[in-house]
Design a protein around this ligand. Structure first.
Ligand SMILES: [Zn+2]
Length: 237
């Protein structure tokens, strides 16, 4: 595991295609996203190799219902006894993963076929906790509803420690802070508005950003999102 900040770890044992995180706090451990269905064993092994008991994982927070983020949530819930939480709007995707479709009509049959491969064969999971925008979680997160990539996408802000778990509201692929890919983002308009919200409402509240895709930003995260927003909305005028 790779430490990002005291208490915040990237579980890099699952590789580099997608990132998931572990937050160690006074009440136990919280996983934020769990990678693809094929990552379950690597993830469990990483926890035990670090000396954690699996039952110390108290909560699994899912930023959104994509195969590469909620992947093995059902199996991990069973293995750890943790509760699973997501935004109330995202419940439907966790319970019916096949309802997630790409923005492009042409890609829809490809997506349907991919579900027969182990990497994308997501088992449904029933969330135990449903969140709304602005809600506080016991581990110190403010839930920020950031729809667009999916309807119930959330980012998680830890105000006290000044970090933001972005999910796929933004990517940092190739070292470039950018909007999520349009092909897989059915509502780009809302995705833009979500980034605007992160910048305007919370831009002063975080320095460190960690992403579903791409390396972390360790300094001036809020300011970087603010300048991206200036670019996005000035190019629209
Ligand atoms: Zn993703």
């Amino acid at each position: 595991m790779k430490q990002i900040l005291p208490g915040l770890w990237e579980i890099d044992e699952i590789g580099d295609v997608v990132h998931c995180y572990l937050w160690e706090w006074s009440g136990g451990l919280t996983l934020i996203d769990v990678g693809m269905p094929t990552h379950v064993h690597a993830l469990l092994d990483a926890l035990t190799a670090k000396g954690y008991a699996l039952h110390n994982v108290r909560r699994i927070l899912i930023t959104h219902g994509d195969a590469d983020h909620m992947g093995g949530a059902a199996k991990l819930k069973k293995a750890t006894g943790a509760v699973v939480g997501c935004h109330s709007v995202e419940k439907v995707l966790l319970e019916h993963p096949s309802k997630r479709v790409p923005a492009s009509l042409l890609l829809r049959p490809v997506f349907a076929l991919l579900r027969f491969t182990p990497q994308f064969n997501v088992l449904p999971v029933t969330p135990d906790e449903l969140y709304v925008d602005g809600q506080q979680t016991p581990e110190g997160f403010t839930v920020i509803h950031t729809p667009g990539h999916t309807p119930g996408h959330i980012s998680l802000l830890h105000r006290e420690k000044r970090f933001l778990i972005v999910g796929d509201a933004l990517n940092n692929r190739g070292g470039k802070l950018q909007l999520p890919p349009p092909l897989f983002t059915p509502d780009m308009h809302n995705a833009q508005r979500s980034v605007w919200k992160l910048a305007k409402k919370y831009g002063e509240d975080f320095d460190v950003m960690v992403f579903g895709h791409g390396p972390p930003i360790l300094q001036n995260g809020g300011r970087k999102v603010q300048s991206l927003v200036t670019q996005i909305f000035s190019s629209e005028v």
